[in-house]
Design a protein around this ligand. Structure first.
Ligand code: FCB
Length: 479
């Protein structure tokens, strides 16, 4: 309810969408020298080896092993087997001429029960990966938490439990000490708004809670953890550059009415800056009709602790959101709508991906421009953008995923426009390197620039991966 908008509707290819593609896909667009061209992945989605070399159980292991949670009963037990095939994966990145790769560290792989001593075998895996990336002249761009909380910490209350913030800071320090001699660029969290919403309120992701109270307390604990993690990392490695990858989606009012405009601002507050505003300004944005401080567990002095002067803002962006105000009757009927009187859904004018997400390049332009304006031109990294199209190999084994090329071309053109209008954007990371385990969707959604045959684990670069290789090599997007 509080994030995302995968509402289905009939695909439209109206004039507005077509005009936008034209507007954002002019001839040649050159990016600044040193621009980072990368891919993004996450540990649980690619590594497999869920119980090898001393790794502890994560909430995603537990969740996927519970019947009925994931489409088709899929699990990430094996995923892309990247724990063993990481050399092949780096070869894919080299073939795509990348100079940055965003990946995440599995907390229970390096600290099996979420506290105490490190599992040296787990740390060794990431250490080898970092060395090999550096040797390939690819920046290791590391996410510390991409959703796989140690199960032991969930057993002790998980993100709604205030102690978890301290556990997170200890874990961050442990990883910074082990890898921070070679890794300089870090993200504390991946999409806090998404995992707190989907995991604690909607229950569609691990650990599967459906509780407004858990959502509220997890919000605050994650904000405290962001502050504590930031300071732990800087203490261990003062030269580190530290951000978070936020899920973002520009929120447009459904109509010109004042109610819908207010709803759109509330939607923006909870979707885009619910975890950014506490970090940069030490306060919660005005998303809710009132801030339920007691229910959130906010104590005196806490908002100072949430502060984290991030070195960059990571933007994960796929689509826009349309917001409207519910009627009085609806508000009266549901406590949640009373607290957050907003309806959010996806746009309906653009073409749809196979995941039913609207393709709307202007969303990236609008979001980047707004963050630039509202936060005094911060450094921005596009930490994810991409699309699911389930194109497979033809008779010759080639994968002609032309719609994915069109997506990235148009989103990059929109990004270039935002940079021309003043945004300080340093890199673009396509989600994702190769098809992988897409959370509740299992293996049913393919977002990769490389195709993975999950029976044989064979990787094949798609046409989009070849196209992206050219973009990265030339540092420009052509037609
Ligand atoms: C984002 C997640 C990422 C992936 C893409 C499709 O919300 O950060 O792990 O699932 O969506």
């Amino acid at each position: 309810m509080f994030s995302g908008c995968s509402v289905s509707s009939k695909a439209g290819t109206g004039a507005a969408a077509a005009a936008q593609f034209n507007a954002f896909s002019s001839s040649q667009i050159t990016f600044p020298k040193g621009f980072f061209w990368g891919t993004a992945t996450a540990a649980y989605q690619i590594e497999g080896a869920w119980n090898e070399d001393g790794k502890g159980e994560s909430i995603w292991d537990r969740f996927t092993h519970t019947a009925g949670r994931i489409k088709n009963g899929d699990t990430g037990d094996l995923a892309c087997d990247s724990y063993h095939r990481w050399r092949e994966d780096i070869a894919l990145m080299r073939a795509m001429n990348l100079n940055s790769h965003r990946f995440s560290i599995s907390w229970p792989r390096v600290q099996p029960s979420g506290s105490g001593a490190a599992n040296s075998k787990g740390l060794d895996y990431y250490s080898r990966l970092v060395d090999a990336l550096l040797e390939a002249r690819i920046r290791p761009f590391v996410t510390l938490y991409h959703w796989d909380l140690p199960q032991a910490l969930d057993d002790a209350g998980g993100w709604p439990n205030r102690d978890t913030a301290g556990r997170f800071a200890d874990y961050v320090q442990l990883v910074a000490q082990a890898l921070g001699d070679r890794v300089t660029d870090w993200m504390l969290f991946n999409e806090p708004a998404a995992f707190v919403d989907l995991g604690y309120l909607e229950g569609r992701h691990a650990p599967g809670h459906k509780s407004l109270l858990d959502f509220l307390s997890a919000t605050h604990v994650v904000n405290l953890a962001q502050g504590a993690g930031f300071h732990a990392l800087k203490a261990a490695r003062p030269g580190a550059r530290v951000g978070t990858a936020f899920s973002m989606s520009p929120c447009e009012p459904a109509s010109n009415s004042e109610d819908d405009k207010l709803a759109a601002e509330r939607a923006h507050a909870i979707t885009n800056i619910w975890f950014l505003e506490p970090a940069l300004r030490g306060r919660y944005p005005e998303a809710l009709t009132f801030l339920p401080e007691a229910a959130m567990g906010i104590k005196s002095g806490d908002m100072e602790k949430t502060r984290a002067p991030l070195d960059f803002v990571g933007v994960n962006l796929y689509y826009r959101t349309i917001a409207s105000a519910p009627g009085a009757m609806e508000r009266a009927a549901h406590a949640q709508e009373w607290l957050f009187p907003v309806k959010m859904e996806g746009g309906k004018q653009g073409p749809k991906t196979d995941h039913d997400w609207e393709v709307w390049p202007k969303a990236l332009y609008d979001m980047v421009v707004r963050i630039t304006r509202d936060y005094n031109r911060p450094v921005i990294e596009i930490t994810e953008s991409g699309c699911s199209y389930n194109d497979g190999p033809d008779a010759t084994g080639a994968i002609h995923d032309t719609r994915r090329i069109a997506y990235h071309r148009a989103y990059l053109a929109a990004l270039a426009r935002s940079m021309a209008d003043g945004a300080d954007v340093r890199g673009y990371h396509a989600w994702t390197l190769m098809d992988n385990f897409e959370w509740a969707e299992g293996f049913g959604q393919r977002f990769g620039l490389a195709y993975v045959d999950f029976k044989t684990q064979k990787r094949t670069i798609k046409d989009s991966g070849r196209w992206y290789a050219k973009v990265a090599a030339e540092n420009r997007v052509g037609r």
